[in-house]
Write a protein of this length. Structure first.
Length: 274
């Protein structure tokens, strides 16, 4: 018993007022630095081009992890008497405690570190996990937060990447593909319809002129399905861009005398998924 008490007492250094003050000051400085980067970098990124904005946003979680690691490296020697024997003793005790008490939290944190390096999502990316789609606004140690098109913030634990696919619409780039779908009756001039829709995409005010405009036609039993695929200049304009292409595309088809089609609901649902 005395040997165990002696071993535990040897784990710790002598803690005095100066050590406590240094620990508190270190925690406050790191906390202030993290809060500053979380507020200042997203704010300044709003004034930058899309590519620089993504780079600036992606530096936020990296800086947070580095600051926390630096804090741990600085504080641990102040509290503990670091020797090989003490390190093995502490690591064994912590592994048991973590394994039973915070298993789910540890899994999410580990997944967060994996996500930080594999980058299935970054700040500013538009992702879909399960039924939730939106822009990544926060990447924490345990979870990622996305803002949906309905302006809801959804918090998703990082450990979802172990079991679910992550759909990333722009994958760190400053633009993403948008698709407007049109249903046209058979016996229409396919090349003329495709050229008309391509012109609609090229004349949109939201278009990224550096990317191509593509029209894909699919022949079904009920109609021809045309998908107008193009890239907006800014990912946040994706819904306005799709609306613009849909409205002007329908108007252009009607003006050209192209007949639309009556399509079963199941076909529309299947087309929307693809």
């Amino acid at each position: 018993m005395e040997d165990r008490v002696q071993r535990v007492s040897n784990l710790f250094n002598d803690i005095n007022g100066w050590v406590i003050a240094e620990i508190i000051l270190s925690v406050v400085l790191v906390w202030a630095f993290i809060k500053f980067t979380q507020k200042f970098l997203p704010w300044i990124s709003e004034f930058l081009p899309a590519k620089l904005r993504h780079l600036t946003l992606n530096s936020v979680p990296v800086l947070r992890v580095l600051a926390l690691l630096l804090l741990v490296v600085w504080i641990v020697p102040l509290i503990f008497n670091i020797t090989l024997q003490n390190f093995v003793f502490i690591a064994g005790a912590l592994s048991v405690a973590v394994g039973f008490a915070v298993k789910d939290l540890a899994t999410s944190v580990i997944a967060g570190f994996v996500a930080l390096f594999e980058k299935p999502y970054r700040l500013g990316d538009w992702i879909k996990i399960g039924d939730d789609y939106g822009e990544v606004v926060t990447i924490g140690m345990r979870a990622v937060q996305i803002r949906t098109p309905d302006d809801n913030v959804v918090t998703i634990a990082h450990d979802r990447i172990w079991t679910e696919n992550v759909l990333n619409a722009n994958d760190g780039f400053g633009t993403l593909m948008c698709v407007a779908t049109f249903y046209v009756a058979h016996n229409q001039d396919t090349s003329a319809v495709a050229a008309l829709l391509r012109t609609v995409g090229k004349t949109s005010p939201y278009l990224n002129l550096d990317r191509s405009v593509i029209v894909v036609a699919e022949n079904t039993a009920f109609c021809m399905v045309y998908k107008l695929k193009a890239y907006p200049f800014e990912p946040r304009n994706q819904f306005a861009f799709i609306t613009d292409m849909t409205e002007r595309g329908n108007a252009a088809l009607r003006a050209a005398g192209v007949c639309d089609a009556s399509v079963p609901d199941d076909l529309i649902t299947e087309s929307a998924r693809s």
